[in-house]
Design a protein around this ligand. Structure first.
Ligand code: PLP
Length: 395
């Protein structure tokens, strides 16, 4: 007898992975120039020079026993100090090393927070469209996910639906801005309304409702879009960060959690997060890349190509009649599909045009499709014709 839930998670490949595998097979059959793969969120630009330079310097200069040894479970103290300094300089905060817990990417950061906070019967609220792994992570922590339908006009928050969803079981709210899959950035107005409701409801139910801010795309924003730093608006905020996207390092699995001093019972919350990391078997985040990311914490890869791609696609698609909410950041956009059935729409795109885009239903928002434009600009340019043919096929 095996754990059925795990067997099913391990055997059902995600729709995104299925598409990506299909794309690889198609490329082998008909050539890369005839396949328009916009399925995966894998950064398409190299890491900044600082990453390799620091890694090489550390390998050449540092005592290998220390470099490759275990670090403290919460991460090397010097590393946490350097990262705290970088956050403080950018967001005018005053964190120290004890406010940081180093993790194996944002995925592990989220799992540590969710496992650390969850008690039986707890609920976490998530806003559509959402990153589908949230459901896996929340349920894996023994809690349940309550989904708030999308505000499809501008991908901010439907506050009436949100207020109605909160009850005495609400342990937390998970937000992702800039957002995968739609690229929306929550405005300061949205953040203020959201945190005012959290204050009010925490008081009403007499326990903190935590705000978990999943921020792997924080730096990837367009035209200087302002991304409010949530601990400055709400004390019971945990920030889950990752360098997977900003430094183009998804394979190195490096991120952190911020646990502010101002949070209620912050020492206990930190202990619960550390306990969750221990029970999940993370031990410590990878030592070499803790140090590399600390040294490069205030840098990014050259992410300008994402804005170039975004501009080409938004204006191109709108000219063809697609409805697109302009993304404020990330390397995703989430146009409406030209028929309500997004699965049928993406299937036609795939089989008739070799255009690989992901149906919105898996992100909790049918009638839309995700385009991941972390691809060479030349592929974006070539694809415009194909998006047009797809649109014409519905006329
Ligand atoms: N959160 C969101 C919204 C993501 O899009 C991703 C990855 O694509 C993650 C979390 C996981 O990121 P990481 O690679 O840091 O685990």
């Amino acid at each position: 007898m095996l754990n059925e839930r795990m067997v099913s998670l391990g055997t059902q490949r995600s729709v995104i992975r299925e598409l990506f595998e299909y794309g690889k097979q198609k490329i082998a059959e008909i050539g890369e120039e005839n396949v328009y793969d916009f399925s995966l969120g894998n950064p398409s630009v190299p890491s900044p020079a600082c990453v390799n330079e620091t890694a090489v310097r550390l390998i050449n200069e540092m005592d290998p026993v220390v470099l490759h040894g275990y670090t403290s479970a919460q991460g090397d103290a010097g590393v946490r100090q350097m990262i705290a300094d970088s956050i403080n300089a950018r967001f005018d905060t005053s964190f120290g090393p004890d406010n940081l817990y180093m993790t194996v990417g944002a995925a592990a950061a989220l799992c540590c927070c969710l496992n650390g906070l969850s008690c039986p019967g707890d609920e976490f609220i998530v806003f559509a469209p959402y990153f589908p792994e949230y459901k896996v992570f929340i349920e894996g922590a023994g809690a349940s996910m309550k989904l708030i339908p999308a505000d499809i006009e501008n991908f901010q928050i439907d506050f009436d639906a949100f207020k109605q969803a909160i009850n005495e079981h609400t342990k937390g709210v998970l937000v992702n801005s800039p957002n995968n899959p739609c690229g929306a950035v929550y405005s300061e107005e949205t953040v203020k309304k959201l945190t005012a409701i959290l204050e009010e409801k925490s008081a009403e139910y007499n326990h903190p409702i935590y705000l978990i801010a999943d921020e792997p795309y924080r730096e990837i924003v367009f035209e200087g879009t302002f991304v409010p730093y949530l601990p400055k608006y709400y004390k019971n905020t945990l920030v889950c960060y990752s360098w997977s996207k900003s430094l183009s390092l998804p394979g190195e699995r490096m991120g952190y959690i911020v646990v502010p001093d101002e949070m209620d019972e912050h020492e206990l919350v930190y202990a619960a997060i550390a306990g969750a990391g221990r029970s999940l078997g993370y031990v410590n985040a990878p030592g070499l890349f803790q140090r590399v990311c600390a040294a490069c914490a205030s840098e990014t890869a050259d992410i300008s190509v994402y804005e170039t791609n975004k501009n080409l696609l938004v204006s191109g698609l709108r000219d063809m009649g697609y409805h697109v909410v302009e993304p404020g950041g990330t390397f995703y956009m989430f146009p409406r599909t030209l028929i309500p059935d997004d699965v049928a729409f993406c299937e036609r795109a795939k089989t008739d045009f070799n255009l690989l885009i992901v149906p919105g239903v898996g992100f909790g928002c049918p009638g839309h499709a995700r385009i991941s434009y972390c691809v060479p600009t030349e592929r974006v340019k070539r694809s415009l014709d194909v998006f047009e043919k797809l649109a014409k096929s519905y006329q």
